[in-house]
Design a protein around this ligand. Structure first.
Ligand code: PLP
Length: 230
Protein backbone atom coordinates (compact mmCIF):
# COMPACT_ATOMS: atom_id res chain seq x y z
CA UNK A 1 0.00 0.00 0.00
CA UNK A 2 1.28 3.46 -0.85
CA UNK A 3 1.24 6.39 1.54
CA UNK A 4 -1.29 8.05 -0.74
CA UNK A 5 -3.71 5.12 -0.70
CA UNK A 6 -3.29 4.74 3.06
CA UNK A 7 -4.28 8.38 3.50
CA UNK A 8 -7.31 7.93 1.25
CA UNK A 9 -8.36 4.89 3.24
CA UNK A 10 -8.05 6.76 6.54
CA UNK A 11 -10.03 9.71 5.18
CA UNK A 12 -12.81 7.27 4.28
CA UNK A 13 -12.81 5.86 7.80
CA UNK A 14 -12.86 9.40 9.20
CA UNK A 15 -15.86 10.26 7.01
CA UNK A 16 -17.59 7.09 8.12
CA UNK A 17 -17.01 7.68 11.84
CA UNK A 18 -17.96 11.35 11.64
CA UNK A 19 -21.01 10.59 9.50
CA UNK A 20 -22.22 7.99 12.00
CA UNK A 21 -22.43 10.69 14.64
CA UNK A 22 -24.02 13.25 12.35
CA UNK A 23 -20.87 15.21 11.63
CA UNK A 24 -18.86 15.96 8.53
CA UNK A 25 -15.53 14.20 8.04
CA UNK A 26 -14.13 17.42 6.61
CA UNK A 27 -14.38 18.92 10.08
CA UNK A 28 -11.86 16.41 11.41
CA UNK A 29 -8.23 17.45 10.98
CA UNK A 30 -5.92 14.57 10.11
CA UNK A 31 -2.47 15.16 11.57
CA UNK A 32 0.03 12.71 10.08
CA UNK A 33 2.41 11.55 12.80
CA UNK A 34 5.83 11.45 11.18
CA UNK A 35 8.15 10.47 14.02
CA UNK A 36 10.93 8.14 12.87
CA UNK A 37 9.95 8.65 9.25
CA UNK A 38 12.14 10.31 6.66
CA UNK A 39 11.67 13.67 4.96
CA UNK A 40 11.04 11.78 1.68
CA UNK A 41 8.15 9.84 3.19
CA UNK A 42 6.79 13.01 4.78
CA UNK A 43 6.95 14.90 1.49
CA UNK A 44 5.10 12.03 -0.18
CA UNK A 45 2.32 12.46 2.39
CA UNK A 46 2.26 16.23 1.80
CA UNK A 47 1.97 15.61 -1.94
CA UNK A 48 -1.00 13.37 -1.15
CA UNK A 49 -2.78 16.23 0.60
CA UNK A 50 -1.51 16.18 4.18
CA UNK A 51 -1.44 19.74 5.57
CA UNK A 52 -0.45 19.01 9.16
CA UNK A 53 2.21 16.75 10.64
CA UNK A 54 2.99 15.75 14.21
CA UNK A 55 6.34 15.02 15.81
CA UNK A 56 6.91 14.06 19.42
CA UNK A 57 10.55 15.07 19.75
CA UNK A 58 12.12 18.52 19.38
CA UNK A 59 15.30 17.07 17.90
CA UNK A 60 13.41 15.35 15.09
CA UNK A 61 11.67 18.59 14.18
CA UNK A 62 15.03 20.37 13.97
CA UNK A 63 16.61 17.57 11.93
CA UNK A 64 13.81 17.49 9.37
CA UNK A 65 12.59 21.06 9.32
CA UNK A 66 14.51 22.26 6.27
CA UNK A 67 13.99 19.05 4.30
CA UNK A 68 10.22 18.97 4.49
CA UNK A 69 7.90 20.98 2.22
CA UNK A 70 5.85 23.79 3.79
CA UNK A 71 3.37 22.23 6.24
CA UNK A 72 1.95 22.91 9.70
CA UNK A 73 4.11 21.27 12.38
CA UNK A 74 2.50 20.05 15.59
CA UNK A 75 4.50 19.16 18.66
CA UNK A 76 2.56 16.25 20.15
CA UNK A 77 5.06 14.76 22.63
CA UNK A 78 6.29 15.74 26.05
CA UNK A 79 8.15 19.06 25.92
CA UNK A 80 10.96 19.97 28.29
CA UNK A 81 11.09 23.65 29.20
CA UNK A 82 14.73 24.00 28.12
CA UNK A 83 13.78 22.99 24.57
CA UNK A 84 10.87 25.36 24.01
CA UNK A 85 13.17 27.97 22.50
CA UNK A 86 14.16 25.67 19.63
CA UNK A 87 10.64 25.09 18.33
CA UNK A 88 8.70 28.18 19.29
CA UNK A 89 9.09 29.68 15.79
CA UNK A 90 8.61 26.36 13.97
CA UNK A 91 5.45 24.71 15.25
CA UNK A 92 1.91 25.91 14.75
CA UNK A 93 0.53 24.19 17.84
CA UNK A 94 1.87 22.50 20.97
CA UNK A 95 -0.44 19.68 22.10
CA UNK A 96 1.36 18.76 25.31
CA UNK A 97 1.00 21.64 27.76
CA UNK A 98 0.48 19.99 31.12
CA UNK A 99 1.91 22.43 33.67
CA UNK A 100 2.04 26.11 34.54
CA UNK A 101 5.83 25.82 34.53
CA UNK A 102 5.83 24.82 30.84
CA UNK A 103 3.21 27.44 29.95
CA UNK A 104 5.37 30.11 31.56
CA UNK A 105 8.35 29.23 29.35
CA UNK A 106 6.21 29.03 26.19
CA UNK A 107 4.79 32.46 26.98
CA UNK A 108 8.25 33.91 27.52
CA UNK A 109 9.65 32.56 24.25
CA UNK A 110 6.52 33.46 22.28
CA UNK A 111 6.76 37.03 23.60
CA UNK A 112 10.39 37.24 22.44
CA UNK A 113 9.23 36.35 18.93
CA UNK A 114 6.21 38.62 19.20
CA UNK A 115 3.81 35.76 18.45
CA UNK A 116 0.89 34.09 20.18
CA UNK A 117 1.39 30.35 20.51
CA UNK A 118 -1.55 28.00 20.07
CA UNK A 119 -1.58 25.22 22.65
CA UNK A 120 -3.71 22.33 23.80
CA UNK A 121 -3.86 21.21 27.41
CA UNK A 122 -2.87 17.54 27.58
CA UNK A 123 -4.99 15.72 30.11
CA UNK A 124 -4.20 12.36 31.63
CA UNK A 125 -7.83 11.27 31.65
CA UNK A 126 -7.04 7.67 32.47
CA UNK A 127 -5.03 8.73 35.52
CA UNK A 128 -2.12 6.52 34.43
CA UNK A 129 0.79 7.07 36.79
CA UNK A 130 3.58 6.80 34.26
CA UNK A 131 1.96 9.06 31.68
CA UNK A 132 2.41 12.73 30.93
CA UNK A 133 -0.54 15.07 30.93
CA UNK A 134 -2.18 17.15 33.62
CA UNK A 135 -4.39 15.49 36.18
CA UNK A 136 -8.05 16.21 35.49
CA UNK A 137 -8.26 18.12 38.77
CA UNK A 138 -5.40 20.43 37.74
CA UNK A 139 -6.76 21.49 34.35
CA UNK A 140 -8.88 24.42 35.56
CA UNK A 141 -5.98 25.82 37.58
CA UNK A 142 -3.55 25.65 34.65
CA UNK A 143 -6.05 27.34 32.34
CA UNK A 144 -6.84 30.06 34.90
CA UNK A 145 -3.14 30.80 35.31
CA UNK A 146 -2.59 31.09 31.55
CA UNK A 147 -5.59 33.41 31.23
CA UNK A 148 -4.29 35.65 33.98
CA UNK A 149 -0.58 35.77 33.31
CA UNK A 150 0.45 34.48 29.88
CA UNK A 151 -0.89 36.74 27.14
CA UNK A 152 1.25 35.16 24.42
CA UNK A 153 -0.58 31.85 24.69
CA UNK A 154 -3.92 31.00 23.13
CA UNK A 155 -5.58 27.83 24.42
CA UNK A 156 -7.20 26.01 21.51
CA UNK A 157 -8.46 22.86 23.22
CA UNK A 158 -7.71 19.58 24.90
CA UNK A 159 -5.48 16.66 23.96
CA UNK A 160 -5.46 13.16 25.38
CA UNK A 161 -3.80 9.83 24.73
CA UNK A 162 -5.91 6.85 25.71
CA UNK A 163 -4.15 3.84 27.20
CA UNK A 164 -3.48 1.06 24.69
CA UNK A 165 -6.25 -1.54 24.59
CA UNK A 166 -6.58 -4.53 22.26
CA UNK A 167 -10.22 -3.53 21.96
CA UNK A 168 -10.46 0.21 21.14
CA UNK A 169 -13.97 0.27 22.60
CA UNK A 170 -12.25 0.18 25.98
CA UNK A 171 -10.89 3.67 25.30
CA UNK A 172 -14.35 5.16 24.85
CA UNK A 173 -14.70 6.20 28.48
CA UNK A 174 -11.40 8.15 28.37
CA UNK A 175 -12.43 9.97 25.22
CA UNK A 176 -15.80 10.85 26.73
CA UNK A 177 -14.06 12.26 29.81
CA UNK A 178 -11.83 14.47 27.63
CA UNK A 179 -14.86 15.65 25.65
CA UNK A 180 -16.57 16.67 28.87
CA UNK A 181 -13.61 18.85 29.85
CA UNK A 182 -13.47 20.28 26.32
CA UNK A 183 -17.18 21.17 26.38
CA UNK A 184 -16.84 23.01 29.66
CA UNK A 185 -14.62 25.59 27.92
CA UNK A 186 -16.25 25.96 24.52
CA UNK A 187 -18.33 28.93 25.62
CA UNK A 188 -15.69 30.44 27.90
CA UNK A 189 -15.10 33.96 26.62
CA UNK A 190 -11.87 34.81 28.36
CA UNK A 191 -9.31 36.40 26.04
CA UNK A 192 -6.84 33.49 26.04
CA UNK A 193 -9.48 30.85 25.39
CA UNK A 194 -10.52 29.97 21.87
CA UNK A 195 -11.41 26.30 21.87
CA UNK A 196 -11.49 24.59 18.49
CA UNK A 197 -9.61 21.29 18.78
CA UNK A 198 -10.23 18.10 20.67
CA UNK A 199 -7.08 16.14 19.80
CA UNK A 200 -7.63 12.45 20.40
CA UNK A 201 -7.42 9.22 18.45
CA UNK A 202 -4.47 7.37 16.91
CA UNK A 203 -4.16 4.44 14.49
CA UNK A 204 -5.76 1.94 16.84
CA UNK A 205 -8.61 4.02 18.17
CA UNK A 206 -9.38 7.04 15.98
CA UNK A 207 -12.88 5.92 14.86
CA UNK A 208 -13.94 5.54 18.51
CA UNK A 209 -12.34 8.91 19.35
CA UNK A 210 -14.26 10.60 16.54
CA UNK A 211 -17.52 9.05 17.65
CA UNK A 212 -16.85 10.59 21.08
CA UNK A 213 -16.28 14.03 19.58
CA UNK A 214 -12.66 14.20 18.45
CA UNK A 215 -12.02 16.68 15.64
CA UNK A 216 -8.26 16.19 15.38
CA UNK A 217 -6.77 12.73 15.00
CA UNK A 218 -3.04 11.95 15.17
CA UNK A 219 -2.33 9.01 12.92
CA UNK A 220 1.11 7.55 12.19
CA UNK A 221 1.27 3.80 11.65
CA UNK A 222 -1.81 3.59 9.43
CA UNK A 223 -0.21 6.11 7.06
CA UNK A 224 3.48 5.21 7.09
CA UNK A 225 3.53 1.63 8.35
CA UNK A 226 5.34 0.38 11.43
CA UNK A 227 8.07 2.56 12.92
CA UNK A 228 11.58 1.17 13.13
CA UNK A 229 12.80 1.89 16.69
CA UNK A 230 16.37 0.73 16.14
C1 PLP B 1 3.20 8.21 17.92
C2 PLP B 1 2.05 9.04 18.35
C3 PLP B 1 0.81 8.99 17.67
C4 PLP B 1 0.54 8.11 16.48
O1 PLP B 1 0.49 6.77 16.84
P1 PLP B 1 0.06 5.65 15.77
O2 PLP B 1 -0.42 4.54 16.61
O3 PLP B 1 1.29 5.31 15.01
O4 PLP B 1 -1.00 6.20 14.91
C5 PLP B 1 -0.19 9.83 18.11
N1 PLP B 1 -0.03 10.66 19.17
C6 PLP B 1 1.13 10.72 19.85
C7 PLP B 1 1.25 11.66 21.00
C8 PLP B 1 2.21 9.92 19.46
O5 PLP B 1 3.36 10.00 20.14
Amino acid sequence: MSIKSNIEHIREKIDEAAGASGRDGNDVLLVAVTKLHSPDEINEAIDAGITDIGENKVQEILDKYDKVKPVNWHLIGHLQTNKVKYVIDKVSMIHSVDSVHLAKEINKRAAQHDITMDVLIQVNVAGEESKFGAEVSDVDGIIDEICLNYPNIRIRGIMCIAPFFDDPEMARECFAAAKEIYDSYVDDDREAIDFKYLSMGMTGDFPVAISEGSNLVRVGTAIFGMRDYR
